[in-house]
Write a protein that binds this ligand. Structure first.
Ligand SMILES: [Fe+2]
Length: 381
């Protein structure tokens, strides 16, 4: 059954706030999230990078931590309204026998680590250092120009049970879906505290595991911008699904995989929620307005009409052309000098020596390493 919201919760959560990811290659992940997603670097050290969206004034909404082990999600974070809500939360979690302790975290106010209803590591904070919003500084926006953190989606064995823990904390349900009309057990539940359809979403799947986290971008064109930029910079195969439209929330979306395989969704702003008489909307396979690019069938690469689509001998691929295509994705962009690009630069331009004030980004394996090296140089200038 769909759980019911407790409108007098023990403490006041306001929104999904931030997420902490462990990554294997910090500089490469930093490049992905700044150049493709469009986040800003708020701070960092050799092992950690703190990022935020262009209209966020909180210090960070994404923390990347370097690890030589498995890249994982370390923790998701929610904001509470007042500092005293942290004390109320500590009392609540202690009362129900859950793990709960105050910790010191850089660039955050008092932080409470807790374990939620499915054992997921969560941290609650009321405050962070404030930084300037740069939504109006268009000349520094990059990639998709992500505006702000929006939501987490988590796979759990029982979505309704996981959601019930959060409705007990005052989360409301915007949408849920079942398989077919008449079913009563929800397979997905969308919960919110801020005024859009999702702060956290639970799907009935093996878990608990993070499925993805989402950032709001200004509009639909930013989805394509992210894909174009990721391709231009040599982040191959980052597009996992989309662009498409969700039934729940009615938002357009693209799912990307970061260099460690963490899934991030970017989406334009979905619809508004929050009136007291907003009721959960139930969806099933028969009433959902959603669309997705169809998966490419194996036969797609075969011609529909072999005679009509046959290439003339003049366009036959030669060995020389094959050699050339291995460099077709090589691009020069304004940036810094990079010694590692010398070989490709010579082949591309047919010259000796490195072209100063340019570096090369390529989608080849060699070029991708070069890209990582060069982006670090450029950021350090
Ligand atoms: Fe999502």
């Amino acid at each position: 059954m769909v759980p019911v919201t407790n409108f007098k919760p023990p403490f006041n959560v306001t929104r999904a706030g931030h997420i902490v990811l462990r990554v294997n290659d910090l500089s490469l992940s930093k490049a992905f999230y700044t150049e493709v997603i469009g986040l800003l670097v708020s701070d960092g050290d050799p092992d950690t990078v703190y990022l935020r969206g262009v209209e966020e004034s909180c210090h960070h909404s994404l923390v990347l931590k370097a690890t030589s082990g498995e890249p994982t999600c370390e923790r998701i974070g929610f904001r509470v309204f007042l500092d005293e809500d942290l004390d109320k939360a500590a009392e609540y979690f202690a009362g129900i026998g859950r793990d709960c302790r105050f910790v010191d975290i850089p660039h955050q106010g008092r932080t409470l680590h807790v374990s939620d209803g499915v054992g997921m590591p969560v941290e609650l904070v009321a405050s962070m250092p404030r930084l300037r919003r740069v939504h109006d500084q268009y000349h520094i926006h990059r990639g998709a120009g992500a505006l702000r953190m929006d939501h987490f989606q988590v796979a759990v064995p029982d979505a309704a049970a996981a959601a019930a823990f959060y409705t007990g904390l005052g989360f409301r349900i915007s949408d849920y879906f079942v398989d077919k009309e008449g079913d009563t057990d929800p397979l997905g539940i969308f919960l919110y505290k801020k005024n859009n359809p999702h702060d956290i979403v639970f799907l009935t799947r093996p878990g608990p595991v993070l499925h993805h986290f989402g950032y709001i971008v200004p509009g639909a064109s930013n989805l394509f911008q992210a894909l174009d930029v990721s391709n231009a910079l040599g982040f191959n195969n980052v597009l996992e699904r989309g662009p498409g439209r969700h039934g729940e929330g009615h938002s357009l979306y693209v799912y990307l995989r970061d260099p460690d395989g963490h899934r991030v969704e970017i989406l334009p702003p979905p619809y508004q929620t929050g009136d007291i008489d907003d009721e959960p909307i139930g969806w099933h396979r028969g009433n959902r307005h959603s669309w997705d690019p169809p998966r490419r069938e194996a036969g797609f690469t075969r011609s529909q009409n072999s005679k009509a689509l046959r290439f003339s001998p003049a366009t036959k691929v030669t060995d020389f052309y094959r050699w050339k295509t291995s460099w077709l994705n090589v691009r020069c962009l304004p940036g810094a000098r990079c010694g590692r690009s010398r070989l490709m630069n010579n082949r591309l331009h047919g010259k000796r020596g490195v072209r100063k004030n340019y570096f090369i980004i390529a989608s080849t394996r060699e070029g991708k390493a070069c890209y990582q090296h060069c982006v670090c140089q450029r950021m350090n200038k």
